[in-house]
Design a protein around this ligand. Sequence first.
Ligand SMILES: Cc1cc2nc3c(=O)[nH]c(=O)nc-3n(C[C@H](O)[C@H](O)[C@H](O)COP(=O)(O)OP(=O)(O)OC[C@H]3O[C@@H](n4cnc5c(N)ncnc54)[C@H](O)[C@@H]3O)c2cc1C
Length: 236
Amino acid sequence: MLKPDELKVLDKGFVRLVEMMGDDFSPVQAARVSTGKGLTTPERDRRLIFYLMENDHHSPFEHIVFKFHIKVPIFVMRQLVRHRIASINERSGRYTEFEEDWYTPERVREPEKGNIQGSRFSDDEELNQKSLALIEESISSSYKTYRRLLGMGVARELARIVLPTAMYTEFYWTINARSLMNFLSLRADSHAQYEIRECAEAIAEIFKRTCPMTFEAFVRYHYSGDIITRGDQNDT
Ligand SMILES: Cc1cc2nc3c(=O)[nH]c(=O)nc-3n(C[C@H](O)[C@H](O)[C@H](O)COP(=O)(O)OP(=O)(O)OC[C@H]3O[C@@H](n4cnc5c(N)ncnc54)[C@H](O)[C@@H]3O)c2cc1C
């Protein structure tokens, strides 16, 4: 069950903003320390945000910091942790048992011709049915083995080695807006895997709601694709 402040990701995951430091005016304030001037008019502040973004003066955006609570499958988190300019604390598989909680895709995807890392949703119903049943059978069997091992007295830290990367995990992720924009450029992009793109789009929606001007400037100058946020989806 999703909490009101959680944005859904895939079938059972979510992204939630726990807290944040700063807003659209934090980079303005930080940049104006150079000249000893504070905030001026909203219109001039907005122009400064766009000027900073257009001219790659990205350090002032480090003064906006987000702390997210994220739940995604392990294979998605593995891609997310490659973004090193962020802080992470994850739920422990040594202190806690994994629940019966894994990702089940709605449809399978086939390799995309001419794009070595890409894929497209399959419209082959037979392939969908057979593969999804096989995926479910395999994960469910691994999970049963995990529970059996625990029941036999094997430690959680070892029993978990039989679990697949489709299992959901949870973590706190703290990241500044500069690094977040780098993350979105790479993971809200059509070259990113569908599952992390879903996560990135939920994060983009929170970024847009909390820092609308910075988001607008980012999309204008540093995002070549067609960023889809959850808000856009709800509008249509
Ligand atoms: C479509 C796609 C496919 C990918 N495929 C693979 C793959 O096959 N195998 C694989 O291993 N990874 C893969 N990656 C991960 C990718 O190589 C990056 O590790 C990941 O996207 C994080 O990006 P980043 O380094 O810019 O982010 P961060 O780690 O958050 O770093 C942000 C920025 O800080 C600077 N920085 C950080 N660390 C260093 C450093 N050590 N030295 C110098 N500058 C630094 C860089 O300017 C960097 O852009 C893939 C990513 C994408 C989006």
